[in-house]
Design a protein around this ligand. Structure first.
Ligand SMILES: O=C(O)C1=C[C@@H](OP(=O)(O)O)[C@@H](O)[C@H](O)C1
Ligand SMILES: C=C(OP(=O)(O)O)C(=O)O
Length: 430
């Protein structure tokens, strides 16, 4: 599917973005493991989360849709999942595959997890290795690639230092560790998103969080309480609209009810450091997660350096930060972000290749990129999504500042995380 986006000088209005993708996956999984019925409001109905939803149903969990975004999950307890009759398809979703592998490794049945062409190229050895040390029996294609075959078994605990700051890896180990009576310790090289920890604690699991580690104390009898959750708007989706409003010439955009959890909100810090005018209003907490309304005004941006521990706190926002950098004065340098090479596509080379088509000066480095700001972009060319939703949406926002717009090929992939992206963008383009 091809998406044509034209120049927009004014971005204005009041919107809400769909529910947080990370929290949506976790609500479905943890709801299924709870003892009783959980109610989820604001679930993201993007394809990634719908894959998790379908897999939980295949594992015997009853999940009822009451209305848009509102679901009842009939939890079966930690030991109530059933063997699925078929292969479990994670589609494009790394979160589904990595979290569910940890969970399924500890069940007393056999499972096979697969995914689309992109997911079958993404590294799974990072979860297979620690889970195998816990006793898991997981078989993969060469180099740890999916499909994965899992012969569920009793897992033991682990003390493990993560080789990368990855919330998927941390969560995968934690889900498996719930089934071990011994203590598990996970040490992080830098803080990654902590939704799993917050939600497990919220469901009554004793979990200790220290500066660089998460500890699941020994326990013979763990169980999860059912919960009610209102999922906040996804800051990773909001980032596209924040960028559109910052780069506009005129207007003002209010985005209501966005999750601003500290471990996720690095984008807001970067946008502010670049000179972006973003007011954080009506801060509150919903289900342990900080939320706020964001008021964004057109801003003159300047280039900065982005590196170190900040990277995991904005990892999915780097393609859209690269778009901000194109229209910032001076140079923006992004370092320590080699993880971008193993996302839905290699996001460093995808951004570099597509920006070069537009005449933007960008240098690709092994762990990041350097972008020189421009005054003016002609556009009028066809660019590619690389089957990556965040690349497609970043290019759509870039198009708003080109004279002749852009045509984005492969835009159907946007539905993995933001099905109404185009509709919402058209609503605020004036
Ligand atoms: O745990 C999660 O929900 C996610 C963690 C991040 O991946 P990594 O754990 O691979 O960094 C992020 O890129 C992904 O979109 C969602
Ligand atoms: C990397 C992403 O997701 P996942 O790893 O779940 O495919 C993303 O949404 O940008």
């Amino acid at each position: 599917m091809v998406l044509k986006i034209n120049r927009a000088r004014k971005i204005e209005g009041e919107i809400e973005v769909p529910g947080d993708k990370s929290i949506s996956h976790r609500s479905l999984i943890l709801g299924a493991l709870a003892e009783g019925e959980s109610q989820i409001k604001g679930l993201l109905e993007g394809e990634d989360c719908l894959c998790t939803l379908k897999i939980m149903q295949q594992l015997g969990v009853e999940i009822k849709k009451e209305k848009a975004g509102r679901y009842l999950v009939k939890g079966r307890g930690l030991n109530g999942l059933q063997e699925a009759a078929d292969v479990l398809d994670c589609g494009n979703s790394g979160t589904s595959m990595r979290l569910l592998t940890g969970l399924l490794a500890a069940q007393d049945f056999y499972s096979v997890l697969t995914g689309d062409k992109s997911l079958r190229k993404r590294p799974m050895a990072r979860i297979i290795n620690p889970l195998s040390s816990m006793g898991a029996q997981i078989y993969s294609r060469k180099k740890g690639l999916a499909p994965l075959t899992i012969l569920g078994t009793q897992l033991t605990s682990i003390e493990y230092e993560l080789p990368v700051a990855s919330a998927q890896l941390k969560s995968s180990i934690l889900l498996g560790a719930l089934y071990s009576p011994k203590e598990t310790v996970i040490i992080e090289p830098a803080i990654s998103r902590d939704h799993t920890e917050k939600m497990l604690q919220g469901a009554g699991i004793d979990l200790q969080i220290e500066a660089d580690r998460v500890i699941l104390p020994a326990s013979c009898q763990r169980h999860l309480n059912p919960f009610q959750i209102q999922i906040p708007g996804d800051i990773s989706s909001a980032a596209f609209f924040i960028a559109a409003a910052l780069l506009a010439e005129k207007g003002e955009l209010l985005i209501k009810n966005v999750g601003i959890n500290q471990t996720r909100s690095g984008f807001l810090e970067v946008a502010a450091a670049m000179g972006g005018q973003i007011e954080i209003l009506n801060q509150t907490k919903a289900a342990g997660e900080a939320t706020a309304d964001l008021l964004i005004k057109p801003s003159q941006l300047k280039g900065i350096e982005i590196a170190g521990d900040l990277i995991p706190r904005l990892i999915d926002e780097i393609p859209i930060i690269a778009v901000l950098a194109v229209f910032a004065e001076g140079k923006t340098i992004i370092k320590d972000a080699a993880e971008l090479r193993v996302k839905e596509t290699d996001r460093i080379s995808a951004v570099a290749a597509e920006f070069k088509k537009l005449g933007i000066k960008i240098t690709e480095n092994p762990d990041g990129m350097e972008i020189q700001g421009v005054d003016h972009l002609t556009g009028g060319v066809k660019v590619e999504s690389y089957h990556d939703h965040r690349i497609a949406m970043s290019l759509a926002i870039l198009a708003l500042r080109t004279c002749d717009g852009l045509t984005i090929a492969g835009s159907e992939i946007i539905k993995t995380s933001f099905p109404d992206f185009k509709k919402l963008l058209e609503k605020v383009m004036k």
